[in-house]
Structures are given as structure tokens and as C-alpha cells.
Design a protein around this ligand. Structure first.
Ligand SMILES: Cc1cc2nc3c(=O)[nH]c(=O)nc-3n(C[C@H](O)[C@H](O)[C@H](O)COP(=O)(O)O)c2cc1C
Length: 230
């Protein structure tokens, strides 16, 4: 199975690249359908990773919007300061996740992946490093997992019971005030249930070497985290 990574479903607020693929409108269906037909002809299965960049959005540069997040904490030191999402805005984004998942299914993908790691929007809620909220979306493990849980539930509702859902997350964030592997195992009890596949990654933007696997790390260095999650 080959995954198209980091595809935008909330433009322009959730985008983080000028050449990023989009899945926020039916106008993209013909192109995505053609891609899937070609991949399937060679025997491959396809997955699409739908993602909201949150504080990592590059829209300040593109159109002057302020990025959004759980709190007013940049996703990387020295980058744009985001504003906290309101609850109605969170609800709108959940709907957009579900619409994009349905679109992914209609475009012929075999799986949809929700990105909840790597300092992107859902991780900005899961991680105490970024989430300083005091409402029902911040504080306790249950509260920090609430956004990801609602997203996965809405996506399941949209794609039905027999379509695979993957969720990718940073199992150990490797920062003192972020999620440890143990913390993530706790969080998963709250948000993991609707997913069929746990795609176990690691790290946040301040330690990119664990997110994109610097060459000096040994092959399979983080497999102990996948084993713990399994
Ligand atoms: C330029 C670059 C872009 C990446 N983009 C994404 C992404 O959009 N989504 C994601 O989940 N991981 C992303 N990653 C992380 C890769 O998926 C990660 O490096 C991969 O799990 C490591 O597999 P490998 O050991 O086969 O390279 C990116 C990595 C690099 C180097």
C-alpha cells in the first residue's frame, strides 16, 4: 500500500505548502481517480493521508491569515504564532475531515489516513507541549484526545464499517513536556478505537531527526514503539 502524504482538506487555513495536493473539493476527484486507476493497474493499494497543518500552516505567507491551533504556541521555535480554535471552528473542521474521507473513498483510494502526529493540528491538541487549553479540549488525557476521537468517529461514520482507516501519530515526542510512549498508550485508549491501522511515528518539529529518520539512526530504531502500541 502506497500512501499519498499530507493532502490538504481545509484550504487555505490548513495548508502547508504551495505545491501540496488537495482533497477539499470534488473538482479534484478526476485527477485523484486517474492516479488510483494507474496505481491499481500495477497491483498497488493506495492510501491518502489527509492533514490539517494547524500552527504549521504556511498561510501567513500565502494570504495573511493567522494559523490556528489548540493554543497560541508555535509548532516550531521561531515560526508564526497561531490563535486558539473556538469550539464551533473545531466542529467545522471535524465535518471537513469527514467530507474529505468520503471524497477519498469516492476517488478510489483503498484506505484513508488521519495524521495525528508530527506537530500538526491533531497533535497540537494531543500534546501538552502545544495544548494549554482549559476547556473540554485541554488538560486531562481524555480532553486532549477529544478532537482526534471526534475526527475518527466522524470519518468512520463517513466511510462506513468496511473501509480501512489509519491513524498516524508520534508515539514518543522526545520532549520533556510532550507525550512519552506511556502517555500515548494512555491517549490511544481514548481516541484509537475507530481506526483499523496504527501508523507509529515519533518526534515533533523541534526534533525532526526522529520524524524523518536521520541517516545515522539504525534501521528500525523505533520499532520498540510500534511493538508497545501493538
Ligand atoms: C521531505 C519529507 C517529507 C515528509 N512528509 C511526511 C508527511 O507528509 N507525512 C508523514 O506522515 N511523514 C512525512 N515524512 C516522514 C516520513 O514518512 C518518514 O521519514 C518515514 O516514515 C521514514 O521511512 P523511511 O525510513 O522509509 O524513509 C516526511 C519525510 C521527509 C524526509
Amino acid at each position: 500500500m502506497i500512501t499519498l502524504e499530507n493532502v490538504c482538506f481545509d484550504y487555505p487555513l490548513g495548508t502547508n505548502g504551495t505545491t501540496q495536493l488537495r482533497i477539499d473539493n470534488d473538482q479534484y476527484l478526476p485527477g485523484l481517480w486517474k492516479f488510483n486507476e494507474r496505481m491499481h493497474a500495477y497491483g498497488a493499494c493506495t492510501s491518502v493521508q489527509i492533514n490539517h497543518a494547524g500552527a504549521s500552516a504556511t498561510n501567513l505567507r500565502l494570504n495573511g491569515l493567522q494559523p490556528v491551533s489548540a493554543s497560541n504556541i508555535p509548532s516550531k521555535m521561531g515560526t508564526n504564532c497561531p490563535r486558539p480554535l473556538t469550539v464551533p471552528e473545531i466542529n467545522q473542521i471535524i465535518v471537513k475531515y469527514a467530507e474529505a474521507a468520503d471524497r477519498a473513498k469516492r476517488a478510489g483510494f483503498d484506505c484513508v489516513e488521519i495524521h495525528a502526529g508530527h506537530s500538526y493540528l491533531l497533535d497540537q491538541f494531543l500534546s501538552p507541549h502545544y495544548n494549554h487549553r482549559t476547556d473540554q479540549y485541554g488538560g486531562s488525557v481524555e480532553n486532549r484526545a477529544r478532537f482526534a476521537k471526534k475526527v475518527l468517529q466522524a470519518v468512520r461514520q463517513a466511510v462506513g464499517p468496511r473501509f480501512p482507516i489509519s491513524v498516524r501519530f508520534s508515539a514518543d515526542e522526545f520532549v520533556d513536556d510532550g507525550n512519552s510512549l506511556t502517555d500515548t498508550l494512555n491517549l490511544l485508549q481514548y481516541f484509537g478505537e475507530p481506526a483499523d491501522i496504527f501508523n507509529v511515528s515519533a518526534g515533533i518539529n523541534d526534533n525532526l531527526q526522529y520524524q524523518i529518520d536521520k541517516m545515522s539512526l539504525s534501521d528500525g530504531w523505533r520499532s520498540y514503539q510500534a511493538a508497545a502500541v501493538k
